[in-house]
Design a protein around this ligand. Structure first.
Ligand code: SF4
Ligand code: SF4
Length: 382
């Protein structure tokens, strides 16, 4: 069977698509909402399973490597995500920079990045549409013929020469995901910490080779289209990228560079078709945020308008986070692609890729087999 599998086929956007402005959200948490101290105290006093002081401390500490000493999360051009060299690696003057063909460069970067903690490593040419239009503090992000990325009082400058992106994933741990929606899901914070270390380290490696590098976590760009273009996976119904290798169990970071790299191929087709038939995340979403319908051009609330995608309402999702008092992530737990690695699941994935006529059977049996059921939070520490 031949299926269209170009990037624009997999993630079409309107010509009128506008770069995302991250300053848009004016959303305020409810008093007992997600990450509020009042909500934390109240839930501990209620003795809710999975919401003890022990569980909260476990989750909060997982963010450590993504936080500055003042407790604020790292972000664009801060900490290891600094646009300037950290000064850890130094190429001696008069030694020429390291150069190889783009395929060999990709092999070397991939090997180093995996050693530094990457789960998956892919490459793509940048697409300016996916860059945020502004920084969080309101400076326009502009593309100029500059040598290095830098900020002035008026603008943030991205150099046109930094044409390539190394898109990397870090793991969201399967085991901790089974305890969502409670703070025992420390895997999200741990992934942010891993992203910060990974992107900063890969950037420093590239700088040591004599090239420029700009590391980035959830800042600077929309990570979903970046990852789709790099061939990490496809956009699932739950509005997160799903890969054949890891399902939805990863977070995405990237390093931009002027070091030439190849374009990675698109992920094999089959995930979008499976999501048409599966709908398991829609059925189990406690916030009623994920619709059962097909992909469409209707812009769901809370998403940047202009893309053809699944009906997932990010505002309803965040309302539920406030209600439950933690990042929910039930959709990660129940996703039919979120599985421990093993030959049985590899066989099922082969069928999903090659015999989509059986998709409904797999989707139906996934629930029947009890995959994705929540584990008892009080058992975690045993
Ligand atoms: S995080 Fe929870 S509320 Fe949000 S979409 Fe996923 S399942 Fe629904
Ligand atoms: S649960 Fe099913 S429909 Fe939802 S994202 Fe996962 S595979 Fe797709």
């Amino acid at each position: 069977m031949t299926r269209k599998n170009g990037y624009e086929d997999n993630y079409p956007v309107k010509d009128s698509y506008k770069r995302h402005d991250p300053r848009g959200s004016t959303r305020v948490s409810t008093p007992r909402g997600y990450k509020t101290q009042e909500g934390k105290k109240w839930r501990i006093e209620q003795e809710l399973p999975g919401f003890s002081l022990l569980d909260y401390a476990f989750r909060d500490a997982a963010y450590t490597a993504n936080h500055q000493s003042n407790g604020e999360p790292e972000g664009m051009n801060r900490g290891y995500y600094s646009w300037s060299p950290l000064g850890v690696t130094h190429k001696p003057e008069d030694i020429p920079k390291w150069e190889a063909g783009s395929e060999e460069t990709a092999r070397v970067i991939s090997k180093a990045a995996r050693y530094y903690g990457a789960l998956d490593v892919r490459f793509t040419e940048i697409d300016e549409r996916w860059f945020f239009s502004h920084t969080k503090d309101g400076k326009p992000v502009v593309f100029e013929d500059a040598e290095t990325a830098h900020e002035t009082d008026e603008k943030a400058v991205y150099p046109k020469s930094h044409r390539w992106a190394i898109v990397m994933t870090v793991p969201i741990d399967y085991e901790e995901t089974q305890y969502t929606p409670t703070p025992l899901f420390a895997a999200g914070g741990m992934a942010y910490s891993r992203m910060h270390i990974l992107a900063g380290t890969v950037a420093e490696f590239i700088r040591g080779l004599g090239w420029n590098a700009v590391p980035s976590g959830n800042d600077m760009t929309m990570n979903v289209p970046m990852a789709l273009k790099a061939g990490i996976g496809h956009l699932g119904r739950m509005n997160r990228v799903i890969s054949w290798q890891d399902g939805p169990l990863f977070k995405i970071c990237k390093v931009f560079t002027d070091m030439p790299l190849p374009q990675s191929p698109q992920a094999d087709p089959g995930i979008l078709e499976f999501c048409e038939d599966c709908q398991k995340c829609s059925k189990h979403c406690p916030g009623d945020a994920i619709g059962p319908g097909p992909r469409s051009w209707d812009d769901p609330p809370g998403s940047n308008p202009g893309a053809f995608r699944w009906p997932c309402d990010e505002e309803k999702c965040r309302d539920y986070w406030d209600q439950v008092g933690t990042s929910c992530t039930v959709c990660y737990r129940v996703c039919a692609f979120a599985k421990k690695k093993g030959p049985v699941h590899d066989v099922v994935k082969w069928f999903i890729r090659n015999v989509p006529q059986l998709n409904r059977l797999w989707a139906w049996s996934d629930d029947l087999m009890g995959y994705g059921e929540m584990k008892a939070p009080r058992e975690y520490w045993n």
